[in-house]
Design a protein around this ligand. Structure first.
Ligand code: MG
Length: 444
């Protein structure tokens, strides 16, 4: 078979013209390309843009990568609820001109070069923008291969993704009832919180308010009521809901490191599945002390941006679950390497999956969960109906398991017309201050 016959057999004669090759050598190059891509035409990025929408009031950000094949595009999550407009600027003003004309197929090469294209790197805004591009390229590769992304990552290690859900309330009876309802819905893993993070409702006196410090809308959180109230909550739920259910809790970095160590020690007898984010990223040096004091399993990392934050915690076996926000660390390309590193140290995954992850991001979490051996647990994607209408193909949760829809790529689309009907809320999205009773700022 000569080159022309081969190309016609493969059915992409017209597209081959886009390959920049010439002369005798070009024939050989084209044939090799044709064999390597099984007849898929060469594909270039033609446009990268951010789409912001808030169907349920949360500022969701998605990156759409369009290609030289009309109608073929990929979607990636770039949701940074607290700074959505800055991410959109990073995508539209910087990643778009950087990526245009580049080869859609070479995800790793694009990731590496986009990562260093700003020279300064590893921050939340640029990482989210980078994740949008990265995940969109994985979505595109799945669509090109006519396979779900998990197949490109090695196939399934499990039939579905085991998830945890959230139960909380201001009183112990209410939390107990909420846990029992979740167990009836089939959840085996349940995260319990007594009110908001740090249980601010248990902290009675805000001296800073009386002194006229801060704004009246700031909130108040004392350390002692939270620590005491959390131990009481675990005791109550264990006593009333039984020993079988796995219980999780998020300290959310809101207490001094030594208090977090003390709390973990007190919770040990209630056998938590994991305690999440005991320290701020600034305090990761405390993990060695924590490990020496307690065997409570630890999940860490939703605020992490940089490999310098997680590599040592994994290789020194100082945590049990790596719990990063995948768009925050720069994408699926980063997270799959993190998972591979974790496998050799038996550190399991617990990717962050709250409401401020787009359905594309939830699906990306799930595809990775299906494919890695050292999967731990997944925060269940709770996707409101209105968001599901904007993003056809969302993952679903049944009896505590998350399922993807098996379509090529991540399997989640975006109805742009509908998305445009839900502009961002007026509030720009920043977190309001939380204070100790004397007015000192609390780090989340
Ligand atoms: Mg958390």
């Amino acid at each position: 078979m000569n080159r022309r016959d081969l190309i016609q057999t493969l059915g992409f004669g017209a597209a081959l013209g886009a390959l920049r090759v010439s002369g005798a050598e070009s024939g050989a190059t084209a044939e090799r390309y044709a064999r390597a891509t099984k007849g898929l035409p060469p594909l270039k990025i033609t446009k990268v843009r951010a789409i912001l929408t808030a169907p349920a009031g949360i500022r969701l950000g998605v990156v759409k990568v369009e290609t030289s094949e009309p109608g073929l595009y990929g979607l990636g999550c770039a949701t940074f609820n607290q700074r959505p407009l800055t991410v959109a600027t990073a995508v539209n003003e910087y990643l778009d001109p950087f990526a245009r004309g580049r080869d859609v197929d070479n995800i790793e090469d694009l990731w590496q070069n986009a990562y260093t294209s700003s020279y300064w790197r590893n921050g939340p805004v640029l990482n989210n923008a980078l994740c949008g591009l990265d995940q969109a390229l994985w979505d595109l590769k799945g669509k090109r291969a006519n396979m779900p992304v998990y197949q490109l990552l090695g196939g399934k290690c499990r039939f579905a993704v085991d998830c945890y859900t959230h139960c909380g309330g201001n009183d112990l009876k209410g939390i107990e009832e909420s846990v029992k309802r979740a167990m009836e819905r089939g959840f085996r893993h349940i995260r319990i919180q007594r009110g908001g993070y740090g249980s601010p409702q248990l902290s009675k006196k805000a001296d800073w308010k009386e002194a006229g410090f801060g704004l009246p809308s700031d909130s108040n959180m004392a350390v002692r009521p939270y620590v005491k109230g959390t131990v009481e909550m675990f005791e109550h739920v264990r006593n009333t809901c039984g020993d079988d259910v796995e219980l999780l809790h998020d300290i959310h970095e809101r207490i001094p490191p030594i208090e977090a160590i003390n709390l973990c020690k007190q919770l040990e007898k209630y056998r938590p599945y994991f305690i999440e984010d005991p320290f701020s990223p600034e305090d990761i040096g405390y993990f060695k002390q924590l490990r020496q004091q307690t065997c409570v399993p630890i999940a860490m990392g939703e605020l992490f941006n940089s490999p310098h934050e997680w590599v040592g915690l994994i290789t020194d076996r100082l945590i049990d679950f790596i719990r990063v926000h995948i768009s925050q660390v720069g994408g699926l390309t980063v997270a799959r390497k993190m998972a591979a590193l974790g496998e050799w140290f038996n550190v399991r995954s617990a990717w962050h999956g709250p409401g401020d992850v787009s359905p594309v991001g939830h699906a990306a979490n799930a595809h990775l969960d299906l494919a890695i051996w050292n999967f731990g647990i997944q925060e269940a994607a709770t996707i409101p109906d209105r968001t599901r209408e904007v993003f056809p193909g969302c993952p679903t949760v049944e009896k505590g398991y998350m399922y993807i829809n098996e379509a090529p790529g991540f399997g989640v689309d975006l109805n742009e017309e509908l998305a445009a009907r839900y502009p961002l809320p007026k509030h720009p999205g920043y977190w309001e201050p939380v204070r100790r009773p004397d007015g000192t700022a609390v780090r989340p």
